[in-house]
Design a protein around this ligand. Structure first.
Ligand SMILES: C[S@@+](CC[C@H](N)C(=O)[O-])C[C@H]1O[C@@H](n2cnc3c(N)ncnc32)[C@H](O)[C@@H]1O
Length: 407
């Protein structure tokens, strides 16, 4: 795993060439080669390849490098479809085909679970692959340099904007909106965020200022036999890959009991994406979320979907920190948690174990913190199923979904 961002910023900028053989894939989208005993993290390179690299950051123990020439290419190397690949910081794995990307991600998850969670799994329970390998992202935040008229993304480990005409990960409407913004006179003064939906709505919101009104969009998701409509405001969280969201939701509802007698908590619930799909399975469902914008959307989403089989569902949303709200909510048969990348706080995990739900469904976009949390929960819970849900093709990112049950 790459050293943390904080340490990375401290390491010195350098520029020197060396030739390496790549040994293995590592977390965070890099591969590893060695120069004498020094670890060199190399981007966009495949194990087995001999590469001439530029070492661009360095400490006495390790360095970061990028390939200048692939001297001996791997038979697994394919031509990356995007002309910006290797410059723009968005993608890590376009030089390998999608099936191989999924294999690499599975192997790295097993390694992280072994190293950080001390959890040895022979294999993941399954993989949910993405229906779309490109043009799947429903939101992008573009960096803008108005003086130099640049719009795009930062080059990896730098603040240098790579000017883009198209991002192959973004939905086509997002690229259209980005180029519309580029054509404006005066040139856009701030970074901006574009969100598109499968209903054909696209909105552009400024990132760096509060001076503008928040333009929301609507999205519809069909899963588990229901179609639910969601309002998504500028500052609300929404999962990024529309082709995977229904498959992920189907897996979550598949973990639930059909008895309609359970209390379900959806902790870190965002705008209620999971909450409104699991509610028809429950006697009562409570979503907890700290962001005001998201909880406002969640309550609105509940109202606009009342006629979609949720009329009699007993659903409520609580604005607040999970750590403070959870003790007030009473017993739950099922707790669903989908925390931010830093994982759940130790206090939350202890509280969950004390409250003792029969099942915990844990979804996470950060394997290392999930492995840490599952190890803590393993005092009282057994890991039954764990899926790699590939929300993020072409990148090293993964979503993991697990079912753990009380011992
Ligand atoms: C990964 S998102 C998941 C959202 C939702 N489950 C979904 O799939 O759309 C994590 C959410 O946790 C919220 N959050 C972060 N820290 C929190 C806390 N301490 N208490 C409650 N919610 C929190 C964030 O605002 C964000 O909406």
């Amino acid at each position: 795993m790459l050293p943390s961002g904080k340490e990375t910023r401290k390491i010195k900028t350098s520029s020197r060439e060396t030739v390496l053989t790549i040994e293995k894939y590592a977390s965070d989208g890099v591969s590893i080669g060695y120069e004498d005993n020094k670890v060199i993290f190399v981007r966009y390179a495949i194990p087995g390849e001999k590469v001439r690299v530029n070492v661009y950051k360095e400490t006495k123990d390790y360095a970061l490098a990028e390939p200048l020439e692939i001297i001996t290419p791997s038979p697994e190397r394919i031509a990356a479809p995007c002309p910006y690949f290797g410059m723009c910081g968005g993608c890590d794995y376009q030089m390998i085909d999608y099936a191989k990307q999924l294999q690499i991600k599975q192997d790295l998850v097993l390694e992280v679970f072994h190293k950080i969670g001390k959890i040895d799994l022979p294999a993941l329970t399954g993989v949910v692959s993405s229906g779309q390998e490109f043009y799947y992202r429903n939101t992008e935040t573009f960096k803008v340099n108005p003086r130099r008229k640049l719009i795009g993304f930062f080059r990896k480990d730098t603040k240098f904007i790579i000017d883009l005409e198209e991002c192959r990960l973004a939905m086509k409407d997002i690229n259209e909106a980005m180029n519309y913004m580029r054509a404006q006179d005066p040139f856009p003064p701030h970074n901006f965020k574009v969100r598109s939906t499968s209903l054909g709505e696209t909105t552009v919101n400024w990132v760096d200022t509060e001076r503008y009104e928040d333009r929301s969009v609507y999205e519809e998701i069909t899963a588990s036999g229901k179609t639910i409509r969601y309002k998504i405001s500028k500052d609300s969280f929404f999962q990024v890959n529309n082709s995977v969201i229904p498959l992920w939701l189907d897996k979550i509802t598949g973990f639930l009991d059909e008895s309609h007698s359970e209390r379900i908590f959806d902790l870190y619930c965002g705008i209620g994406l999971i909450t409104l799909f699991v509610a028809p399975f429950a006697k009562e469902t409570i979503g907890v979320e700290i962001a005001k914008s998201s909880i406002k959307d969640a309550n609105y989403n509940l109202e606009i979907n009342r006629d979609k089989g949720l009329r009699d569902a007993n659903i409520s949303f609580v604005l607040g920190d999970v750590m403070e709200e959870l003790p007030r909510l009473g017993y739950a048969d099922v707790m669903i948690i989908d925390p931010p990348r830093k994982g759940a706080e130790r206090e939350v995990l202890d509280l969950m174990m004390e409250m003792g739900p029969k099942k915990i469904i844990y979804s996470s976009c950060k394997p290392a913190t999930m492995a840490r949390d599952l190890q803590i929960l393993s005092d009282k819970y057994d890991l039954k199923e764990i899926y790699l849900v590939d929300m993020f093709p072409q990148t090293h990112h993964v979503e993991l979904l697990s079912l753990i049950v009380k011992k």
